[in-house]
Design a protein around this ligand. Structure first.
Ligand SMILES: [Zn+2]
Length: 75
């Protein structure tokens, strides 16, 4: 599955933020991805390669779907 990440998408990463949250909003896409932690509003930059290594799920219609398998749905 080829995913095009868009600004405003909510994703989870392999490892959550130290603040305890693991939901991130994409603020910018491109060679580098800018993410905002939804727990504490900290902003981080990841290279696209790093982002694709770490990203696990993406929110689609209110559900988090595994990007790797695209079948797991939780909550
Ligand atoms: Zn945080």
């Amino acid at each position: 599955m080829i995913l095009n990440y868009r600004v405003g998408d909510i994703v989870t990463l392999k490892k959550g933020h130290p603040c305890g949250e693991n939901k991130w909003k994409i603020l910018r896409t491109g060679v580098d991805i800018k993410l905002e932690c939804l727990g504490c509003s900290r902003v981080v930059w990841l290279t696209r390669i790093e982002f694709e290594k770490r990203v696990r799920k993406i929110e689609v219609d209110g559900k988090f779907i595994s990007i790797i398998h695209n079948v797991e749905v939780e909550k």
